[in-house]
Design a protein around this ligand. Sequence first.
Ligand code: FAD
Length: 391
Amino acid sequence: MSTTLETDICILGGGIAGLWLNARLRGMGYSTLLVERGALGGGQSGKSQGIIHGGTKYALHGKLTQAAEAISAMPGRWRACLQGEGELDLRGARLLSEHHYLWSPGSLISNLAGFFASKALRGRVDAVKGKDLPEVFANPAFKGKVYRLAELVMDVPDVVRRLSELAGDSLIADSAPHVERREDGSIECIRLNGRRIKAQRYILTAGEGNEGLLQDWGVSQPAMQRRPLQMVLVKGANLPSLYAHCLGSSPKPRMTITTHPCADGQWCWYLGGELAEQGVNLTPDALVARARQELSELLPWVDLQHCQWTTLPVNRAEPAQSGAARPDTAYLQAVQNVLVTWPTKLALAPDLSDQAIAVLQQQGIQPACDDDYSTLPRPSIAVPVWDICFP
Ligand code: FAD
């Protein structure tokens, strides 16, 4: 016989979207249960670069797009949380870099200089020189230009740890949650191993797993798209820290580099951008060879001789767009007693939770339940990818 757990809101998926929303709803007095089928942060969130974008990346072709506008408030929202003055108390979560940078290895930036000086980006982008340069560029061989962006870089595994603390007793592990449907098509409950969860509302925040949950529920819309990447990881004891987009000739960064701490005290450069988008069609060896070649052209003075190299294929899961384009904003659609969501960016988790809370309030969903969840099986927190990808 299965036990029935009653809650106000049942959330499916413990990445950034689910954990952020869970913490906010709990702070508003809702009882919540978040079901995770793997490890918390083990999906895209833990594999992300942790950049809290302010939109500059989306403006590289010279004008502010809708994406750039929608995301511009996010660095401030995250920063307030880190200082204990925001919607969530993220004090203690590790900030990897106060700034993300943009660098041009050659003369290309001169075409964009007027744009960077434009009113639209004032306060978001500053040219940096001399002693203000990140250490890696303070080398006589460096001839490019560097801009500092009003964006920060988070240690995502540590953010996940902090959000799981804020979750209290609300997290539950189950390897195969199953949707039970009513005749009218709405969700009756979520069936777990030996338990059922009944809620006023169900919120899908399972990233790529939303697709399977929607199928299980028998619903075809909203549809999901995947945009694949093959990231490159470089691990070494003496890697300098670097958080920057390298400009190429297209509106997308040629390469985006972030630096992450490994458990053994070494550091890992995590390489994304066009390198990772175009790298999906290459074998890991061919992609590593390309990454080595690019880095030796861009940063020839950095010694990568004794580093370990590997790649990580990973999909970005998003609401389907025409031409599989990148969506501009966080996405939420209410379908019967369910909210289907994709944040589309880690940075947009606060925006997604605003949207979800607004819909719950429009629908008149109030805190009503105060069950005790202290004896449930808890999901673990994912081990950072830089600690498992290298043999
Ligand atoms: P996920 O993090 O994928 O979490 C979904 C969770 O749901 C997982 O824990 C999974 O195990 C669980 N789950 C799946 N199915 C089920 C189920 N049936 N039942 C219960 N649980 C389930 N964005 C930025 O803003 N900045 C960046 O620097 C950045 N870098 C990125 C780099 C890479 C390589 C990638 C792939 C993405 C990056 N993104 C970045 C995008 C960002 O990572 C994602 O938009 C965001 O993390 C998605 O969060 P999520 O919570 O929706 O999904």
